[in-house]
Write a protein that binds this ligand. Sequence first.
Ligand code: PMP
Length: 428
Amino acid sequence: MIYQRSSQLFAEAEKVIPGGVNSPVRAFKYVGGTPIFVKEAKGAYLYDEDGNRLIDYINSWGPMILGHAYEPVVNAVIEKAKKGTSFGMPTEIETEIAQLAVAMVPNIDKIRFVNSGTEACMSAIRLARGFTGRDKIIKFAGCYHGHSDSFLIQAGSGAITFGSPNSPGVTQGTAKDTLLAHYNDIENVKSLLEANKEEVAAIIIEPVAGNMGCVPPKEGFLEALRSLCDAHGTLLIFDEVMTGFRLAKGGAQELYNIKADIVCFGKVIGGGLPVGAFAARNEIMNYLAPLGPVYQAGTLSGNPLAMAAGLRMLQELNNDVDIFNRLEEKTAYLEKGIREVLTANGIEFTINRVGSMISVHFDKNEVYDFNTAKNGDNQYFKDFFHGLVKEGVYIAPSAYETWFITDALTYDDLDFTIRAVEKVTKTL
Ligand code: PMP
């Protein structure tokens, strides 16, 4: 494959955009080489500026669960745009999407829309702090909750990829209120809560972690967290930015049958437009301005184009009784195929998967937290990544990311991908 035009475009971009990108992981710093510039995308495929076609396993890092340029969503946006793109006044569609989200997700009465997953998580912890009157939060190493200051403490994803988990610019004052725990280690959480009695406002967690590759919760872990939170008067925040409207209609709360106190959304809920949201029961949400004292706002929040895309996306997911089964089956098929090929070729690996979130770790040991995720063979991953790109398959350009499967993928695409993995594995 040729990347001449992508290289030229990247060189131009670097002159006027820091690192040539508007979000760091896109720059290929981790895997090396030149980022691929997308011209357009349709269904399961990306078409780049050099005319190459790639099967897409990132899907905008999750949102395009039904494929790129999904017509019902695109048409909803076009129709809305003709009527004005932003008002800063209430619109009916905000209530429609809120009603649908509240109907689909268990245990929430009200939802507030924002513009990104970062904003959703940032606002959720402010609300938790306001509601409980406590300052500290517990987060898990390797979990990413967006780039707001409180969370850039051993965050996963791009923050690991770049080797700067504790970003300069985050003050000591902020960092001291973020307590770090090990994912899947309940004793660790217990001792943190006991050492900080009546000080911890919330525990925030990715119920299935997706930012250190995919790392599922061990059996009983989320239940135990729920009990600890109840015992300590601490709120449990599920960051469902990745898992929401992906693992099930009602996200991880539904899948694991655990009630969170506050739930954060992003990605799928915006149908590919910039949307995030956070939601909870009335008692908590009524603490938010203008009803309550906790301030949170946004000029473009509830933007009509974003709401039109999100509403149409949620309607499609809500009306398709088989969608989450189909995604599960396709991803299980891919998992089985890759497993067979890697095993046959003597590669040491672990595959983690929950529903349509999957990641391949190049380490034979179980991956259940940030430390075990870091044991993977990074050089092998880099070669694997570039090998797959040459074969026309695009996975995330970092070993600390999850692959997001879209329903637009056919079984032929999955077979093509498995063959590509086989070819690459044989040459490495
Ligand atoms: N939470 C999780 C679990 C995420 O994966 C992400 C983004 N990958 C965020 C929050 C932040 O969302 P955004 O990039 O939309 O700000």
